[in-house]
Design a protein around this ligand. Sequence first.
Ligand SMILES: [Zn+2]
Ligand SMILES: [Zn+2]
Length: 435
Amino acid sequence: MKKTITLVLSLIFLCNSMGLKGQNSFAEEQYPALEELYQYLHSNPELSFLEEQTAAKLATEMKTLGYEVTEKVGGTGLVCILKNGSGKTVLVRTDMDALPIKEDTNLPYSSNVMMKDINDEEMPVMHACGHDIHMTVWYGTAKYMAANKSSWKGTLIFIAQPAEERSGGAKAMLADGLYERFPVPDYAISLHVSAVLRAGTVGWCPEYAMANVDMMQIRIKGKGGHGAYPHTTIDPVSMSSRLINDLQTIVSREISPLEPAVVTVGSIHGGTKGNVIPDEVVLELTLRSYTDEVRNKIIELIKRKCKAIGLSAGLPENRYPEVILHDEFTPALFNDLALNERIALVFEKEFGVENVIKTDPVMGGEDFGRYGRTEDKVPIMMFWLGAVETEKYEAAERGDIQLPSLHNSRFQPDPEPTLKTGVKALTVGILELMN
Ligand SMILES: [Zn+2]
Ligand SMILES: [Zn+2]
């Protein structure tokens, strides 16, 4: 009896270690192909909603793997399905777009691309948010799953999403019937590179992980005139300076100190010359929060403060500052607690507890949250994939250097450990959900 138990235990151990070895050796063997794809994507970035070549390249690769590919979902989006018997349905998302930034990394495969954006303005283009890493990890994982169909059952939906940076891509894919024309997933999973975590590590953040993001414009209308006769004008420059100070009291005085919130005025434009009082000043803002209540309260308070400034300047009501909320809203990203705890445990088993970091939420935005906000209430997980070269990470820890952030022209992930860790993490995560 004892012997049988020992034998069974050793067999279980052997099977487990073979499973792990399977993913590890797969990531090793596949690395040259993944590196080639990564470098291709990095050198050929495309701007939001214009990811034509990128989508075409991924569509070809996914068809070769045996996925059933539907193109042009929500613009350039792809839906790639692999059915393998009955079981859970898991959605795996990558984004595809790059940013209007001139790359400054000196990498041999750095981007020199210039292209017209959706407003027809010529822009330099760079994958400065790591979406090229996301696509390569997504493809590497899709390849593993297609090559190892005996180790899982269910349906995989790999989606490639346009325009994360303009925050319209997830909305466009959902509006184009992602959850109607294709199966509704039991879970949705995704990752984002981290410019602060070491390559080889992963980070996770349960519940609120990223913020509601709003962009707003305020147009302050006055009555222009000569700078020497201010009493004959209504000066929008002095109104805007009072308003900006007043806006800073929203977070500090009117929102609970226990609720995260940000009101930033990032741009102020008005006037041409010191002795001319202009007719108008235009402010551009970004607002951040986690809950819908705080978001709505911030917007209401801004409107109230704008009215107050108009009133105090003696403007008629129809000339009060105009508040325009841009429709690029990104809702907060809420990581399902049970799903995230479950996957974090699997990561700890795969990478060791020391390489799995529970991170704090951030006030940045990501439209992946939308896949969990429909009436289907799909539990979602977005985790962080460390991308910083070990040497640089340690130098930054010592305070010798400052690491470039995401969206910086010098952002440069360490591809090999980042891609290998990404493929392993995504693969073990999906296998956990499938079995
Ligand atoms: Zn970004
Ligand atoms: Zn991004």
